[in-house]
Design a protein around this ligand. Structure first.
Ligand SMILES: *[C@@H]1O[C@H](CO)[C@@H](O)[C@H](O)[C@H]1NC(C)=O
Ligand SMILES: *[C@@H]1O[C@H](CO)[C@@H](O)[C@H](O)[C@H]1NC(C)=O
Ligand SMILES: *[C@@H]1O[C@H](CO)[C@@H](O)[C@H](O)[C@H]1NC(C)=O
Ligand SMILES: *[C@@H]1O[C@H](CO)[C@@H](O)[C@H](O)[C@H]1NC(C)=O
Ligand SMILES: *[C@@H]1O[C@H](CO)[C@@H](O)[C@H](O)[C@H]1NC(C)=O
Length: 413
C-alpha cells in the first residue's frame, strides 16, 4: 500500500447513509446455549434433547396456556408449522413425571437482505463506507466488510492481477460504518459489505474511485468584516477544513455565497484563495455569507456549505444623509395609519420601513441627477451658442462643464 509519493495515493471515502439498527451491535454468538433461530414462514422443529427415545414427552410454552395452533409432537420433537413472529418464545419439554428435560428459546426472523451501501471520502487518505439493512430481520446481525483494490497504474496492475484485499475496518463506536485507511487516489476499490445473521448472509458489491467520491468537509473559521470607507465591500476569510491533510499536490478551491439577510437569492463567486473581497454588497444591510470547498482538480463533489457568518458593510455617508430625511416622512405616514404600526419602534434595519426609505432616497437621488443633467444640458447649449460666436477660447467650455458637474453632488449632500 505504499505509493510513490507520500499522501498521493491516499484517499478517503465517506459513506453517506449511516443508519445503524440495534442488531448491528449484537456480537455473533457461536452456538448460543438454549437458543434456536427460525425463519418466519417455514416449519420449525424443536427437538427434546433430554428425552429417551420412545418415551412420551410433553411440550409447554412459557407464559402461555397452550401451544401455538397447528403444532404437533412427532417422535418427541415439537413441530411448529408455518411459524410467524408471534410463534417466538421459550418452549420446554417435560417427561411423564413432569420433570424438565429441555428448554429452548426460539427466535424467529428473516434472511438478511442486500444492504444499502454508500461511500464518501472527506480527504484523500482514508475513505469510509456506511450501510443500512434493507430488511428488518429481527435477528442478531453482523457485517463482514472487505475491499479489493485495483490499481489504475499499469505497473501495479501487473504486479498483482487480482488486486490487494483487505478489511474495511469497523469501529464499534460508529456502527454501520467502516473505514479503509491509507487509500490510494489512483486506485479503484470494490467493496463487499456482507450482512450476516443466524439464518444466512447477503452481500453488496460497490465499486469506488476516489475521484468520484471525494467530498471535503466544509471550510472552517469563516470571518466576514466590513471594510472601512467601502460601503459596498466585505472582506471574507476562512480556513481549510481541519480534516483535510495539507499537502502541496492536494489543494482545495472554494466558492462563496452571500446575500443581504432580507433577500432570498444568493450571489456566488469562486476563488482559489483563502480570502475574498465582496465588491457588490449593499451598504448598511446585514449580509449572510457561507463558503464551501472542492478538490482543486474538480474531483468529487462540493462540500456542504459552512456555518454562516454575518456582517454589515459600512454606511455610505450620502445614503445615511438621505435616509435621515426620508425617515421623518415615513414616521409621519405611520402616524396617519396607527392600525398598521401602533408603536413607532426604533428603526428596525431589516424591516419594510427601511426598504421604503431606500426607495424614497433613490427617488430623490434620481430627481437630483435628472435636474443636474437638465441644468448641464442648458448650460452647454448656452455655451455652444456663445462658443459659436467666440471661437478664440475653446477650452473654457470644458472648464465650465467640469465645475457644473461638481455642483449637483453638493446639492445632494
Ligand atoms: C487516515 O488514517 C490514518 C490511519 O488511521 C490516520 O493516521 C490519518 O490521520 C487519517 N487521515 C485523516 C486525514 O484523517
Ligand atoms: C463478499 O464477502 C462475503 C463474506 O466474506 C463472501 O462470502 C462473498 O463471497 C464475497 N463476495 C464476493 C463477490 O467477493
Ligand atoms: C489570490 O490572492 C493573490 C494575492 O494574495 C492575488 O494575487 C490573486 O489575484 C488572488 N486570486 C484570486 C483568484 O482571487
Ligand atoms: C456527487 O454529485 C453527484 C452528482 O453531481 C451525485 O450523484 C452524487 O450522489 C454526489 N455524491 C455525494 C457523495 O454527495
Ligand atoms: C426586524 O423586523 C423583522 C421583520 O420585519 C423581524 O423578523 C426582526 O426580528 C426585527 N428585528 C429586530 C431587531 O427588531
Amino acid at each position: 500500500m505504499h505509493s510513490p509519493i507520500p499522501g498521493l495515493g491516499r484517499v478517503m471515502v465517506f459513506l453517506a447513509a449511516a443508519l445503524a439498527s440495534a442488531s448491528l451491535a449484537v456480537p455473533e454468538d457461536r452456538e448460543e446455549e438454549g437458543v434456536q433461530y427460525g425463519q418466519v414462514g417455514t416449519d420449525v422443529t424443536l427437538s427434546c434433547a433430554g428425552a429417551h427415545t420412545g418415551s412420551p414427552v410433553q411440550w409447554r410454552r412459557a407464559g402461555a396456556a397452550a401451544l401455538p395452533e397447528g403444532s404437533a409432537v412427532w417422535q418427541g420433537a415439537l413441530v411448529l408449522p408455518h411459524a410467524s413472529l408471534a410463534t417466538a418464545g421459550t418452549y420446554s419439554c417435560h417427561g411423564e413425571d413432569g420433570g424438565l428435560l429441555h428448554a429452548v428459546s426460539l427466535q424467529l426472523g428473516y434472511l438478511p437482505g442486500v444492504p444499502f451501501v454508500s461511500c464518501r471520502a472527506s480527504d484523500y487518505e482514508n475513505f469510509s463506507c456506511s450501510w443500512t439493512s434493507s430488511v428488518e430481520t429481527f435477528l442478531p446481525t453482523r457485517y463482514i466488510t472487505t475491499y479489493r483494490k485495483k490499481s489504475l497504474t499499469g505497473e501495479e496492475k501487473r504486479r498483482n492481477k487480482n488486486g490487494h484485499m483487505g478489511p474495511c475496518l469497523q469501529d464499534p463506536s460508529r456502527p454501520g460504518t467502516c473505514t479503509v485507511h491509507g487509500s490510494e487516489f489512483w486506485s479503484s476499490y470494490r467493496l463487499n459489505i456482507t450482512e450476516v445473521n443466524p439464518l444466512g448472509s447477503s452481500f453488496r458489491l460497490l465499486d469506488i474511485t476516489m475521484q468520484a467520491i471525494i467530498k471535503p468537509d466544509p471550510p472552517e473559521g469563516l470571518v466576514v468584516e466590513p471594510i472601512p470607507l467601502a460601503p459596498r465591500r466585505l472582506h471574507v476569510s476562512w480556513k481549510y477544513p481541519s480534516s483535510w491533510p495539507k499537502e502541496p499536490h492536494f489543494q482545495l478551491r472554494f466558492r462563496l455565497q452571500y446575500r443581504p439577510v432580507i433577500h432570498r437569492s444568493w450571489s456566488v463567486v469562486e476563488t482559489v484563495n483563502l480570502s475574498e473581497v465582496i465588491t457588490d454588497a449593499f451598504a448598511g444591510l446585514e449580509h449572510v455569507v457561507q463558503v464551501s470547498a472542492k478538490d482543486f482538480l474538480d474531483a468529487g463533489n462540493w462540500s456542504e456549505w459552512s456555518a454562516e457568518a454575518r456582517a454589515t458593510p459600512v454606511r455610505d455617508p450620502a445614503t445615511v444623509a438621505s435616509e435621515e430625511t426620508t425617515t421623518d416622512t415615513s414616521l409621519e405616514s405611520l402616524a396617519e395609519e396607527p392600525s398598521q404600526a401602533p408603536n413607532p419602534e426604533p428603526i428596525n434595519h431589516s424591516d419594510p420601513l427601511e426598504k421604503t426609505a431606500v426607495l424614497v432616497s433613490l427617488g430623490i437621488f434620481a430627481f437630483f441627477v435628472l435636474a443636474a443633467v437638465l441644468v448641464i444640458t442648458i448650460l452647454i447649449w448656452l455655451r455652444v451658442r456663445k462658443h459659436g460666436k467666440d471661437k478664440t477660447k475653446p477650452h473654457n467650455f470644458l472648464v465650465a462643464a467640469t465645475h457644473l458637474k461638481a455642483l449637483p453632488k453638493a446639492q445632494i449632500l
